[in-house]
Design a binder for this molecule. Structure first.
Ligand code: HEC
Length: 129
């Protein structure tokens, strides 16, 4: 009986750890994208303004397919660097899902996640503002 329980814990643990280590789109956005696109995706940062980034929540950007967004993020576009070497597929999916939150007038709520205290977002990013 005890052995069965132990086996069960051993079998389940990797999944629990994996779920925990899953890519956090908000944290990735904050560390790699917010400096240009802004916490609210509107691109009103100094860098964003000088590079003329579009509002990520605007219909023009939101009508891009996930594949089109992924291509821009992986390969870069104009002054935007590509993130081919630093984002794996799981991270790309997570950050694109986060960019989708800027659509539908929900950018303020998305920004509040970005602006939340460091502890509520996973480790591994520097504060950018
Ligand atoms: C150095 C500044 C910079 C960083 C960092 C940056 N971007 Fe961009 N991004 C740009 C610029 C400039 C464009 C617009 C290129 C154009 O349309 O000419 C752009 C375009 C885009 C687009 C396509 C929409 C459009 O306006 O063409 C998406 C989606 C996007 N960025 C997402 C991201 C994501 C996600 C990250 C982080 C992983 C990121 N960007 C990081 C500057 C940046």
């Amino acid at each position: 009986m005890r052995r069965a329980l132990l086996l069960m814990i051993v079998a389940v643990t990797p999944f629990v750890l994996r779920a925990d280590a899953g890519a956090d789109g908000a944290a990735i956005y904050k560390s790699k994208c917010a400096i240009c696109h802004g916490a609210d995706g509107k691109g009103k940062t100094a860098t964003g303004k000088s590079l003329h980034v579009r509002d990520l929540g605007s219909p023009e950007v939101q009508k891009m397919t996930n594949e089109e967004m992924q291509k821009v993020i992986v390969d870069g576009k104009e002054k935007m660097p590509g993130f081919k070497s630093s984002l794996d597929q799981e991270s790309l999916d997570a950050v694109i899902a986060f960019v989708r939150k800027f659509g539908g007038g929900d950018s303020e709520r998305a920004a509040s996640v970005i602006n939340a205290p460091t502890t509520s977002i996973s480790k591994g990013f520097r504060r950018t503002r």
